[in-house]
Unconditional design. Structure first.
Length: 636
């Protein structure tokens, strides 16, 4: 038995691991392309080398490994268990006495190692890769675009210049050029026009050299008016030339930014560095808030007023303090003149505005500090939640795969994408709430795990009990039953009949059913007396017996070799609604007591009586079909 289990574990690992690597590659590629599509404008048209782009793609791929792992686990587990269920291998394992928990055991152990590896990867590799990725992206943004001047359009990618070219020849000659130089300001703009010209890059790739032929240059002149100290515009200076060269600053090199500007941010830190930064920033934030509170209190609320007096002996001034509680400010204010009162109010408003502006500025400073602390907290929790998501998605994907029993890339991909979208939306909601300070950081970052973990446990429990959770026919039958629709019975003719049907005895049973149904329709009304309904705990015993007899007749008649009998058995309905209110039969004494609580019991009774119309419909169909079945058996 132990050897068989070990072989089963090896078989499961061989089934899951290749699918996991395949789906991981697909998911990583999709996530990477989505990220690159967002920043494609930062890279296109700047003449970046293949090595720089390859380095950027490599670091971006490393940065998105933790996000791709949960989706890959979900898709791989769905495909693996879907294939096992579709090929009945999962059923064979369960038939041999191996539970679903035992089947999932080796994969759970494997994914525990994957989760631990994901955490270590995020803690030690992701900070460095993200710093390098964002530094490269910032450097790409700062790089000047590749020089490609279009025809008949003003080209403004060179800072401080606008260049117009009417036509470009194949040999690189530019026709009818106009150069607007506003690098010294728009008031000192210079305009140059030429019949033709060429543009080339200097050897150090720091300047553009414009060679112009047969053109004119216009430069504004201004002189200083010594009396008014204002510039006075004068006509432009015009220059005609046969050949002229212009030197324009244009850095075409790729200059890497310094990585140190991002290493101190949250993206460049591991768990220990994040915790150390949180502690130091918290202490700094607390001290800043204490100082701002002291300043605000001191500036806004004075407990005493200082007064200075000079004694008669011309000695030094003497300072005295008077408590503000002993001063009647309203009396002092009323004794002043209207102009003095207006001056006091103006000074008070000015002082209030100053304190208010300082308060708002201090509030922004404190808010930025708090937001940075929360961002460090979310980054620290993110390393745990993304690692745990691998296990959570496995406990969602594996049970779903065993329930739907569909392999391949069809249904599993649809379900995986749907679940991952839901997970991403929930995770972004929690992240936004945490960074905005509406929730604690741990609440926001663990919000998605708190929702999906119970779902995974529920699906695992349903799959372990062979639930038909995703069987559409089950839900359609329940909907039909709720609206009173008859559920079609499936009866197929047996290829091999072990016991031949005794038609005489069978005819007697069908006749007894017909008589029982006929008597029921004649003696039992649709409405059951109120007290009798609650004494019987909402059950109709005679209808229950008719339902059992119908099932027995169908099961026995399935041994018939006659097609007419088999086809007629299909017409028998599933007699329902004989248990008018579910769950009451186990509490008969409580039902009698509940029946006297009219405000609550009366609606239940009325709903049950309304449902009896479907019961009478089914029994009438049984009455008709049993009569027709008797005729078929008699005509044998």
């Amino acid at each position: 038995m132990t050897m068989r289990i070990k072989r089963l574990y090896i078989f499961l690992l061989k089934t899951f691991v290749p699918l996991f690597f395949m789906t991981f590659g697909i998911c990583l590629f999709i996530v990477l392309m989505q990220f690159l599509w967002k920043y494609v404008d930062e890279m296109v048209g700047k003449g970046l080398s293949v090595s720089v782009l390859g380095e950027f793609f490599f670091y971006a791929a490393l940065s998105f490994v933790p996000m791709s792992l949960p989706l890959a686990v979900l898709l791989a587990s769905l495909m693996a268990f879907g294939n096992l269920g579709e090929q009945f291998e999962l059923s064979a394992m369960k038939a041999s006495g191996i539970s679903l928990q035992s089947i999932m055991k080796p994969l759970v152990i494997l994914l525990v190692f994957v989760s631990v590896g994901s955490f270590c990867f995020q803690n030690y590799i992701i900070p460095s890769s993200q710093v390098k990725m964002w530094t490269l992206l910032f450097s790409m943004r700062q790089k000047s675009p590749e020089l490609e001047i279009p025809e008949s359009t003003f080209y403004s990618e060179i800072q401080g210049y606008n260049i117009y070219v009417r036509e470009k020849e194949r040999n690189g000659l530019l026709r009818d050029m106009m150069i607007y130089d506003y690098s010294q300001g728009f008031s000192n703009a210079q305009v140059t026009v030429a019949d033709s010209g060429r543009i080339k890059m200097s050897t150090d790739k720091l300047h553009l050299i414009l060679s112009l032929w047969n053109g004119e240059a216009f430069e504004p002149l201004s002189k200083q008016d010594n009396r008014t100290n204002q510039p006075e515009a004068v006509p432009y200076q015009k220059e005609m030339f046969a050949y002229k060269e212009l030197l324009i600053e244009f850095d075409a090199n790729f200059n890497r930014a310094n990585e140190s500007m991002l290493q101190n941010r949250y993206i460049g830190k591991g768990i220990s560095d994040l915790q150390l930064s949180i502690d130091s920033m918290t202490m700094r934030s607390d001290s800043i808030k204490s100082e701002y509170a002291r300043q605000l209190y001191t500036a806004s609320y004075r407990k005493s007023l200082r007064q200075y007096s000079i004694p008669d002996d011309n000695s030094s001034r003497r300072r005295t303090e008077t408590s503000v509680d002993d001063i009647d400010f309203y009396k002092i204010f009323a004794a002043k003149s209207a102009g003095a009162q207006l001056s006091v109010l103006s000074q008070t408003k000015t002082s209030f505005d100053r304190v208010s502006s300082e308060y708002h500025f201090n509030t922004l400073v404190v808010a930025n500090e708090e937001k940075e602390i929360r961002r460090h907290h979310t980054e620290m929790h993110k390393k745990f939640t993304l690692s745990l998501a691998c296990l959570i998605f496995f406990f969602i994907g594996a049970p779903l795969g065993s329930i739907i029993r569909k392999g391949g890339l069809g249904m599993p991909v649809i379900i995986s994408v749907a679940f991952f979208v839901v997970y991403y939306i929930i995770d972004r909601i929690g992240f936004t709430m945490a960074t905005n300070g509406m929730w604690h950081p741990w609440e926001g970052m663990w919000f998605s795990s708190a929702i999906l973990a119970p779902l995974g446990a529920f699906l695992t429990w349903k799959a372990a009990h062979d639930s038909v959770l995703l069987d559409s026919e089950v839900y359609l039958d329940k909907i039909k039953k709720f609206f009173g629709k008859s559920i079609a019975r499936k009866v197929e003719k047996k290829e091999v009949i072990m016991y031949n049907l005794d038609y005489e005895a069978y005819k007697t049973r069908v006749g007894a059913l017909f008589g029982e149904v006929d008597d029921y329709l004649k003696t039992v009304g649709r409405w059951i007396p109120y007290l009798k309904f609650w004494r019987n705990a909402g059950e109709d015993a005679r209808a229950m017996k008719i339902a059992d007899d119908v099932e027995a007749i169908v099961e026995e008649g399935n041994n018939s070799e006659r097609n007419l009998v088999i086809n007629k058995l299909i017409d028998f309905p599933f007699v329902g609604h004989y248990r008018l209110v579910k769950g009451l039969s186990a509490h008969r004494q409580a039902c009698v007591v509940f029946g006297w609580i009219l405000p609550l019991a009366l609606p239940v009774y009325l709903i049950a009586m309304f449902g009896r119309r479907y019961l009478f419909r089914d029994i009438r169909i049984v009455h008709r079909v049993s009569d027709e079945l008797l005729e078929i058996i008699t005509d044998k």
